[in-house]
Design a protein around this ligand. Structure first.
Ligand SMILES: [Zn+2]
Ligand SMILES: [Zn+2]
Length: 234
């Protein structure tokens, strides 16, 4: 059976993301970040443009620096950071770049382009997040999307907020599912707290999964690590 002509790879990538068991935006963003790091580590450590971006920003943001660390590529970290450490030394140990300032401060009045660039991984992650939120918007009423979405984890709270902010007519299916998921999380959170506070003779027996609700709280309330900037740009 052929796909209808208006549905192409982006739609099917969206459905895969919806079926991933995670917030579909976090899922696509973390895939994109992984792609970025893999390409950086296997081909591009000496990419001049990227190195200039890192110099301009004083390195990666905190979350993405530690994500880079999970690849255990010591030499790549060392090569990319030697010049940043030397720049700090020249600046009496301070980071002389905008990395630690709010992102908003990077934009000059009347200019759309950041000057200079922020964390390069945040940049590609942001493009991916905006793109995926647009697709949720575009297919919000599509039957195939809605069917998959009803079975899904829904959006994390930061990405849901961005979806609402970008969308004057949000999909009722997305809103209803989000409300339901939030109500379920609240109920599971209450029941976990109750079980922890209960005395041994009346403590309800929770499954291992029910006892791990705190992981779901962190994932749903904050989104996946490194997938939502502190100051979203859109
Ligand atoms: Zn998310
Ligand atoms: Zn970053």
């Amino acid at each position: 059976m052929m796909a209808s002509p208006e549905k192409h790879t982006p739609f099917f990538n969206l459905i895969d993301a919806v079926n991933s068991g995670e917030c579909p935006v976090c899922y696509r963003v973390s895939l994109r970040a992984r792609q970025f790091f893999e390409s950086l580590l296997y081909q591009n450590v000496n990419n001049l443009e990227l190195r200039a971006e890192l110099r301009a920003n004083g390195g990666f943001c905190h979350a993405h620096a530690h994500e880079l660390g999970t690849y255990n590529d010591g030499l790549a970290v060392a090569v990319m950071h030697l010049e940043l450490l030397e720049a700090s030394e020249r600046n009496h140990g301070r980071i002389s770049t905008p990395r630690l300032r709010p992102r908003r401060g990077l934009f000059k009045r009347g200019r759309r382009e950041p000057a200079p660039a922020g964390c390069p991984v945040c940049r590609v992650a942001e493009e991916q997040a905006a793109n995926t939120i647009s697709l949720v918007q575009q297919y919000g009423e599509d039957t195939e999307f809605v069917t998959a979405y009803h079975q899904s984890a829904g959006l994390c709270l930061p990405h849901y907020e961005r979806y609402l902010n970008r969308n004057r007519k949000p999909s009722q299916a997305v809103i209803n599912h989000q409300r339901q998921r939030l109500a379920e999380l609240i109920a599971r959170t209450r029941s976990f707290i109750d079980s922890e506070n209960a005395t041994s003779h009346n403590a309800p027996t929770l499954s291992r999964e029910e006892r791990l609700v705190w992981k779901q709280i962190l994932g749903q309330y904050y989104g996946k690590a490194g997938c939502s900037p502190c100051t979203p740009t859109s």
